[in-house]
Design a protein around this ligand. Structure first.
Ligand SMILES: [Zn+2]
Length: 297
């Protein structure tokens, strides 16, 4: 072996491995808006080197799961809201209040869609919750006006059918694209950390054909399994069927496909759902539960 090869195999290669951050995805809430499923509503956390850095959605019950998995508010840099439905946002006030009892400080950036006639802008949503004088919880207004140590900085994402980079920090790059969720403005996110990547579909039905671009060759694709095979009518305008999930997975080829946002109408149909998806995609499929933990390969 030449000296260079020896150097590479015994020194440089192990150094490269050590330099790579350890990335993991944890599901905080694997359910939808229903009660009685013993699941928290939609929420995910990305761990980077053991720190809870990025939160994706924060529906009802997610704050309890957040503490159960040992996540820390002071480690959070970014919150990504796929859309503003209750099952994706309801525990946000609980998170903000709890931050008071921690050493959390600096800017906590929160991204979500620009509104329309059915939904407020994400920036207005945050103001309506916390702004001094007329917010629902105006006593938390210090988090918006520079008074509190932790400042919540909300950002609207304009509808976009092309991948748009919305945030970069060190080795983290977050990209967004609009997805079709009936009349509700909704965003899918891709988080790249160094060479590793996770894409979150959020709630969508596939009509915009945008997730195919965003999720291309993600290590992990999290898709929402809110409706079963053969769904028609209103539910099919809001949510993606297993057949479409399979077609998108074939085009994007993730190493791991995670199915979450599970509901009474899909629970118990995992075999049927898997069969549908496998018509198009032969990779690894996992059905998420609350607190399921996946190391990014
Ligand atoms: Zn939902």
């Amino acid at each position: 072996m030449t000296r260079f090869k020896l150097l590479f195999f015994y020194v440089l290669f192990p150094m490269l491995l050590l330099a790579q951050s350890s990335i993991a995805l944890q599901v905080l809430g694997s359910g939808g808006p229903e009660m009685g499923d013993k699941r928290a509503s939609s929420a995910y956390i990305i761990w980077i080197d053991g720190k809870s850095k990025i939160l994706i959605d924060f529906g009802g019950g997610a704050s309890l799961r957040f503490e159960e998995v040992g996540a820390k508010i002071e480690d959070l840099d970014v919150i990504l809201l796929t859309h503003l439905h209750i099952d994706h946002t309801a525990d946000l006030p609980a998170l903000m209040k709890a931050s008071f009892f921690t050493r959390a400080s600096g800017s906590l950036h929160l991204y979500g869609p620009k509104g329309n006639t059915f939904m407020p802008h994400t920036e207005s949503f945050v103001e309506r919750l916390f702004e001094k004088d007329d917010g629902a919880w105006e006593y938390l207004g210090d988090h918006l006006d520079g008074e509190a140590d932790l400042q919540l900085k909300a950002h609207n994402i304009q509808e976009t059918h092309k991948t748009k980079v919305i945030y970069t920090q060190g080795e983290i790059k977050i990209s967004a694209i609009s997805v079709h969720h009936g009349p509700i403005p909704a965003i899918a996110y891709r988080v790249d950390i160094g060479s590793k990547s996770i894409t979150f579909s959020g709630d969508m039905n596939g009509d915009f054909h945008t997730l195919e671009t965003l999720a291309y060759k993600s290590d992990i694709l999290v898709a929402h399994n809110a409706v079963p095979k053969g769904t028609k009518g209103v539910a099919s305008k809001l949510h993606i069927t297993p057949n479409i999930i399979g077609q998108i997975a074939r085009k994007t080829a993730p190493k791991l496909l995670i199915l979450s946002h599970r509901m009474h109408r899909t629970l118990g149909k995992e075999k049927e759902t898997t069969r549908e998806i496998k018509k198009y995609y032969q990779g690894k499929i996992r059905f998420a539960n609350d607190k399921s933990f996946y190391k990014v390969p």
